[in-house]
Design a protein around this ligand. Structure first.
Ligand code: PMP
Ligand code: GLN
Length: 383
């Protein structure tokens, strides 16, 4: 067995969703919406299935319609130009894109700097590439990155910065000044940057800026996104990579030996989704902002310390005032029995031994009545 995988076990999402199923609790753990994406997009998937588009292996880099739609999206929202034939790659969700990027860009012994808490697949993929993760801790209450610490963490072996903004689980969104500083460090030390932007359309104040749009970043950045979050189809597993011809070719090389291709008919549907009018995107974000405010107020009322997220559909909280002495993992494992709610312990997203010990994450991509019910249960619980 690969020793690098020691301790990775079962993902916290699988554990907590299984607990929700077994107990019938409200699942505010794993991040998936309880309302599917637009009917017109589902219809597009049905049409593709029925008309035999994508039922056999689609082209390795993704169907041309989707690659063109991704390129159009990058131009429309960010003014960025990518050649759909050489600078766009369709993947089986952002998860595969992250894995393929790590395997494509890293050699054993290389170092990857990432801000923790980090999405759990990062540690696994860095380990699978035989590389070493160098975590930089984001601290409550603001979870701002420490840019001096970033500068100091760069060594001769540093190859990749792995960034996630809007950030899961804290909801932190990098500011233009932070992005500029990070870009300057990448240029100065000739680093590659992989950016996980799956929550690009869930920024509640201000707007998302892709790092690749900054000076010096066009040829050293691999940008990753996914239809799962933006269009509420997490089960379709359609993601994509954009970047320079050279970097996309490298990721395509590893990707073809991971899945070769995936999600044939869904690729056509996602191409239509990306072309939805701006009103779709703004309504989606506004709806999630309302839900953020609803759950945030409910959690505060129930005694949690809540850290208002600037983006994503997660709220990180601290439980120490509510349940003194209890660690987040124990709290989450016993929460369904206590009050019929499932959440996720942020502690599993840190290497740092104590930074996330009392942090618990709640997903708010759920119907308002579900959020209200969950908040009621939490308020009435005896911790
Ligand atoms: N990155 C982050 C930060 C995520 O929260 C998720 C979960 N959606 C993913 C990547 C994986 O995305 P996908 O479901 O498209 O594989
Ligand atoms: N991205 C989702 C979350 O953070 C879960 C994805 C998964 O289950 N792997 O909750």
């Amino acid at each position: 067995l690969n020793r690098g995988l020691d301790g990775l076990g079962t993902t916290i999402f699988a554990e907590m969703s299984a607990l929700a199923l077994a107990t019938g609790a409200i699942n505010l753990g794993q991040g998936f919406p309880d309302t599917d994406g637009p009917e017109s997009v589902r219809e597009a998937a049905v049409r593709a299935l029925r008309d035999g588009r994508g039922n056999q292996y689609p082209p390795g880099p993704g169907v041309p319609e989707l690659r063109a739609a991704v390129a159009d999206h990058q131009r429309r929202f960010y003014g960025l130009d990518f050649d759909p034939d050489t600078e766009v790659l369709v993947t089986a969700g952002a998860t595969e894109a992250i894995a393929a990027a790590m395997l494509a860009l890293l050699e054993p012994g290389d170092e990857v700097i990432a801000f923790e808490p980090f999405y759990d697949s990062y540690a696994a993929c860095i380990a699978m590439a035989g590389a070493k993760r160098v975590p930089l801790t984001l601290h409550a209450p603001d979870f701002r990155p420490d840019l001096d610490a970033l500068r100091a963490a760069v060594t001769r072996r540093t190859r990749v910065l792995l960034l996630n903004s809007p950030h899961n689980p804290t909801g932190m969104v990098l500011t233009p000044a932070e992005l500029a500083a990070i870009a300057a460090i990448a240029v100065e030390h000739d680093l590659l940057v992989v950016t996980d932007e799956v929550y690009e359309h869930l920024v509640f104040d201000g707007a998302h800026t892709p790092l690749i749009s900054l000076p010096g970043m066009r040829d050293r950045t691999v940008s990753i996104s996914s239809a799962g979050k933006t269009f509420s189809f997490t089960g379709w597993k359609v993601g994509w990579v954009t970047g320079s011809r050279e970097l996309v070719a490298a990721v395509r090389t590893t990707k073809q030996f991971l899945t070769y291709v995936a999600s044939g008919p869904f690729q056509y549907a996602v191409a239509e989704a990306l072309a939805l009018p701006d009103t779709y995107y703004t309504a989606f974000r506004d709806d999630l902002r309302t839900k953020r405010d609803l759950l945030s107020a409910g959690l505060t009322d129930a005694g949690f310390t809540t850290y208002t997220p600037q983006g994503t559909y997660f709220i990180t909280t601290d439980i120490s005032a509510l349940a003194p002495g209890t660690d987040a993992l124990t709290f989450c494992r016993t929460l369904p029995a206590k009050c019929g709610v499932v959440a996720v312990p942020n502690s599993v997203f840190y290497d740092h031994p104590t930074a996330g010990r009392t942090q618990v994450r709640f997903a708010f991509c759920k119907k308002p009545e579900v959020l209200t019910d969950a908040a009621d249960r939490l308020r009435k619980a005896d911790f």
